[in-house]
Design a binder for this molecule. Structure first.
Ligand SMILES: [Zn+2]
Length: 260
């Protein structure tokens, strides 16, 4: 039974304290967390598929609307904190788009996508010299066929919603939590849900997560750290409480917590 903890949206805006409140207990028990890091987040990004077209909630309110890309390398405190965790084998760094603009990797512009992938990896290398970035996570979990080909073609592995794979040969029936090794040797993971989020009561999130742990041989717990502090105004107590309960149960279980 394998458990992978994946957290999306670590960026220039993230503080060590926020991550530590969620994952400190895991780290204290030498268990690793995989962070999908945005290299250069644009603060003027609206979530266009939602009716209210609000700003991306991973941008703190006082930055929203500023037309600027904020580099992860400029958050020195966070980089130092994560570099210590990387050295200790407690954090895996994953590439999460480039600027996290809306549906950024749904584009069919191969040249622009290639530039973003290359520049994004270079920024992560500068921020986290000891980390080997092997996994791509698409912003908003949306990725075009053109982008998929580029990502896999440049030797990255991928974790994605199975909806993005429907057009690939032999993948139409892939759903839920899966891991495949492709002919190239790269791995393709699917994860179709965020277990702990704000779309349902916290108790339902916990019940659903427990159910998955009982029934699935592989579970990828995909989080957005900012959900636990939504909307950047203190701890979301109900969600944090069920998360801490989940961790306590996991720590006494037989689950093998791994990186990708
Ligand atoms: Zn994201």
């Amino acid at each position: 039974m394998t458990l992978i903890i994946r957290d999306d949206d670590t960026s220039f805006f993230t503080t060590p304290a926020l991550l530590d409140q969620i994952y400190g207990q895991l780290w204290a028990h030498s268990l690793p967390v995989c962070l999908a890091v945005i290299p250069a987040q644009n603060a003027n990004t609206r979530v266009l598929h939602r009716a209210d077209q609000r700003y991306d909630p991973s941008i703190p309110p006082h930055y929203r609307g500023i037309e600027q890309n904020f580099l992860i390398t400029d958050n020195h405190e966070l980089c130092a904190f994560l570099n210590d965790k990387i050295s200790a084998g407690l954090v895996e760094i994953m590439l999460h788009g480039y600027s996290h603009s809306h549906y950024e990797f749904m584009s069919d512009d191969a040249e622009e996508l290639q530039q973003k992938l290359t520049a994004g990896l270079a920024i992560l290398k500068s921020a986290f010299p000891a980390a080997t970035t092997q996994i791509f996570i698409a912003p908003y979990d949306k990725v075009s066929a053109v982008a998929l080909e580029l990502i896999l073609g440049m030797g990255l592995s991928l974790c994605t919603h199975s909806n993005n794979l429907a057009a690939l040969p032999g993948q139409a029936a892939t759903h839920g939590y899966t891991c495949q090794t492709l002919p190239t040797g790269k791995r393709l993971y699917t994860c179709d849900e965020y277990l702990f989020d704000l779309t349902r009561p916290a108790a339902d999130s916990l019940a659903n997560a427990r159910q998955r742990l009982q029934s699935e041989p592989l579970v990828i717990v995909a989080n957005h750290y900012w959900n636990y502090f939504y909307d950047w105004n203190g701890v979301n107590q109900p969600l944090m409480a069920v998360w801490q309960t989940f961790i306590q149960e996991m720590l006494v279980s037989q689950w093998d917590v791994k990186v990708f």
